[in-house]
Write a protein that binds this ligand. Sequence first.
Ligand code: PNS
Length: 162
Amino acid sequence: MHKAVYPGSFDPVTNGHLDIIRRASIQFDEVIVGVLHNSQKTPLFSVEERVNMIKSITSDIPNVSVQAFEGLSVNFVRSCGAQVIIRGLRAITDFEYELQMAQTNRVMAPDIDTMFLITSLEYAYLSSTTVKEVASFGEDLDKFVQPIVAKALRRKLLGNEL
Ligand code: PNS
């Protein structure tokens, strides 16, 4: 069984994340999306909300599951019985941080490898942070996130259900 974990904050999950999840699900027998519960940070969405949104938008992909985790990604990967960490790379600006993280993870867990999927061109600009900013101005979010995520953003940031 070739299993991979896709860890992240997913605050909230974007169409770019979904594209990486779909593509990873083709390459691996099983993909576990790991949603980081970081008590040092205050995300817009609770870890339960983030997990549930990802579960909902990946319900049609049979070999994808979603779990919250705390602590180091490599420990979560081991607890899942997986061998690979998946990360998406959008641009050169992501590279330094991702390289540092992958190298650190590799020193801590030489048995686990990080594999990068290059973000599809249409999502190369997209981030959870920019989506939240656009959402806060009430703009249309259809190109950036799935409808249930757009609805959750509007509810959270604008207090409406439109
Ligand atoms: O979506 P993000 O915020 O870019 O994801 C970052 C994440 C969650 C993958 C990273 O912060 C992480 O792995 N955090 C857990 C702690 C850890 O394992 N750090 C790596 C060693 S530097």
